[in-house]
Design a protein around this ligand. Structure first.
Ligand SMILES: C[S@@+](CC[C@H](N)C(=O)[O-])C[C@H]1O[C@@H](n2cnc3c(N)ncnc32)[C@H](O)[C@@H]1O
Length: 338
């Protein structure tokens, strides 16, 4: 009989039994799947109409809001992002000084397991088969009509690989944030808090998409209370539609709603409506200065069934424990005076 290994008969040589290794493999696979699933939830691509509606509201308020400004679009890629396409198209009429867009490395993004570089990249002499997966990219548009066609637009965009993976929290993109005047994006939903903290730490103008639920996050609420952040101009009632990678689970009702709004699935993407998404910004727009028609506290407490249902049997607005604030279920339940 062969002697038993001091580490056990089914030892696979690294101090781990075969059974333990299988468990670890299963766990790793599971962790990867969980990471991929979580990352997929970050892959929501913003539609042109939603960007245009919001940005136009800033321009209606101040037509020079982007003039001579450096705009940074982190978490983007002009090869697929409407943000980059939109700002590149309007580079001249907005009077931009510089447009910078960065993208995140596929190898760092578990949602990009099936990543394939585009012809735009592979046909460029700068193409690098390793860097295309491991590095982020930086795209720059400046007032130089590089191809001499008389306009500055997406065709004049210059690009290069970043040294790192393009994580917005890394030193490279942070330096670009510091260079920028305005940061615009739809950040990964799972990193919303971090993203907002990252932008506000540098005291930049920002316009970003997030979930309405974020209003109740402590940091967000404090910024709103301090008049340092507010909701964007897009009305609460506006449904925002997002493209998602093919096969991402989407609620049927949301898929149908997106289809009804003019976004049927296509070869490249499926689409979904996200009812609770909205814009957060510290850029001025007219909507926030419109006066609201409000009922008195007494009338609200007497007539608003939705509000009364939140009172827990009490006879006045519920007070937050950790904030000097009252719970107001929806805009029409705000009281006059506040
Ligand atoms: C919600 S999607 C929005 C994409 C694009 N901005 C748009 O609106 O269409 C967020 C993007 O951020 C990228 N991303 C995820 N984690 C990131 C990170 N740590 N740093 C930079 N980008 C990241 C993902 O690749 C994803 O495409």
């Amino acid at each position: 009989m062969a002697p038993r290994s001091p580490r056990g008969a089914d030892d696979v040589g690294n101090g781990m039994t075969e059974k333990a290794e299988n468990v670890t493999r299963a766990r790793t696979k599971n962790t990867n799947l969980v990471a991929a699933k979580a990352a997929k939830n970050d892959e929501f691509y913003t539609q042109w109409a939603d960007i245009e509606r919001e940005i136009n509201a800033y321009l209606d308020y101040d037509r020079d809001v982007f003039r001579d400004k450096v705009v940074l679009l982190p978490c983007d890629d002009p090869e697929w992002s409407n943000f980059a396409k939109f700002f590149a198209l309007h580079f001249m009429d907005f009077g931009l000084k510089k447009l910078i867009s960065t993208s995140y490395a596929p190898d760092s993004n578990p949602a990009k397991i099936n990543y394939q570089p585009t012809l735009f990249e592979t046909e460029d002499p700068k193409f690098d088969a390793t860097k295309t997966r491991a590095n982020g990219k930086k795209f720059i548009l400046e007032p130089d009509d590089i191809n001499g066609d008389g306009v500055v637009n997406i065709d004049d965009l210059q690009w290069e690989y970043l040294e790192g993976d393009g994580d917005f929290r890394g030193a490279e993109v942070t330096a670009l944030r510091d260079e920028a005047d305005i940061v615009v994006t739809n950040p990964p939903f799972s990193l919303f808090r971090e993203f907002l903290a990252w932008v506000t730490a540098a005291d930049k103008k920002v316009s970003m998409i997030g979930s309405e639920n974020a209003i109740a996050y402590k940091h967000v609420f404090q910024l709103i209370k301090g008049n340092k952040l507010w909701k964007g101009a897009t009305a609460n009632s506006t449904d925002m539609v997002f493209g998602v990678p093919k096969g991402t689970p989407v609620k049927e009702a949301d898929r149908l709603k997106a289809e009804k709004l003019g976004y049927p699935s296509d070869d490249e993407r499926d689409y979904t409506r996200l009812g609770n998404s909205c814009w957060f910004t510290n850029i001025e727009h007219g909507r926030r200065h419109e006066r609201l028609q409000l009922m008195t506290t007494a009338d609200n407490l007497k007539f608003n069934k939705k509000l009364i249902a939140t009172l827990d049997g009490g006879s006045t607005y519920q007070q937050y424990d950790n904030f000097d604030a009252i719970e107001v279920p929806s805009a029409e339940h705000r009281r006059n005076p506040f």
